[in-house]
Design a protein around this ligand. Structure first.
Ligand SMILES: [Zn+2]
Ligand SMILES: [Zn+2]
Length: 255
């Protein structure tokens, strides 16, 4: 790090004392969780323990969303009600406690990339990506930050599976003048709303299709809630000739 950058970082640390990403405690004297060189983010001692991935859970996981499945079936009740083009989702964590804080910090634009990288690296089973030809991040709405793209690059670095950005784009449905507020929408409606908002990107659709044809593709996103967006992406990819589309998300939410 250049001297000026170090000074700027030090001044920043004085003005805004580092806080634990997970619980918000000021952590000036706490240990650095992930990266000695980057002193802008810390975790407190009690939050610095490694995270436990869902794959270590004793409760069976839903074959569709990847969350812990409290029901008796192969899929959780909410997933069992839906037809999806996605062949299952691999989620690292439930959208709870520390993983939830991490994803929310990412969405809030906090500088959590190194921490996110450490967490994913510590928990990812790279074997789950074997046979995949490429990773495709779920496209952001125009002008919105590309969190899925960041996660795809991290997963690509760990697994060696290439990440292909810009395969798809998200477009507002006809007549809509703003991005739908997902939080206020009923889950089943939310799932349906996502269909028809994802398209192959770029002018040359035939070139796009040739990239996708017969490929095994992992869709990447930060969180799986209803799976609506992922399913919309999977439909587009399968229609364009993909062999299969599976999902990977940092978190899966219980509906
Ligand atoms: Zn903490
Ligand atoms: Zn499920």
């Amino acid at each position: 790090m250049a001297v000026t950058a170090v000074l700027a970082e030090a001044a920043r640390a004085l003005l805004y004392p580092p806080r634990c990403v997970f619980c918000g405690e000021i952590t000036r004297f706490a240990r650095v969780f992930y990266d000695e060189e980057n002193f802008s983010k810390y975790t407190c001692d009690s939050c610095g323990e490694p995270l436990e991935p869902l794959s270590a859970s004793k409760t069976p996981l839903c074959a569709q969303c990847g969350a812990e499945n409290a029901g008796a079936g192969e899929r959780c009740p909410a997933c069992a009600r839906r037809e999806t083009a996605l062949s299952g989702n691999y989620a690292l964590f439930l959208f709870e406690r520390r993983p939830r804080r991490l994803v929310l910090a990412l969405k809030d634009g906090e500088r959590v990339e190194p921490l996110l990288r450490t967490v994913i690296k510590g928990c990812l089973d790279a074997g789950r990506f074997s046979g995949a030809d490429f990773l495709a991040p779920v496209p952001p709405w125009e002008g919105r930050p590309d969190h899925a793209g960041l996660i795809a690059r991290i997963v690509s670095d760990i697994t060696g599976v290439p990440a292909l950005a810009g395969v798809m784009e998200r477009v507002l449905p006809p007549g809509a003048d703003k991005i739908p507020e997902q939080k206020r929408t009923h889950p089943s409606k939310r799932f349906e709303n996502a269909l028809g908002t994802v398209f192959l990107a770029g002018r040359d659709k035939n070139l796009r299709k040739s990239e996708i044809l017969a490929k095994g593709i992992f869709l990447i996103d930060d969180i799986y809630t209803t799976g609506g967006t992922m399913n919309a992406c999977a439909s587009v990819l399968l229609e364009a000739g993909a062999a299969w589309a599976k999902g990977f998300t940092v978190c899966a939410a219980r509906e």
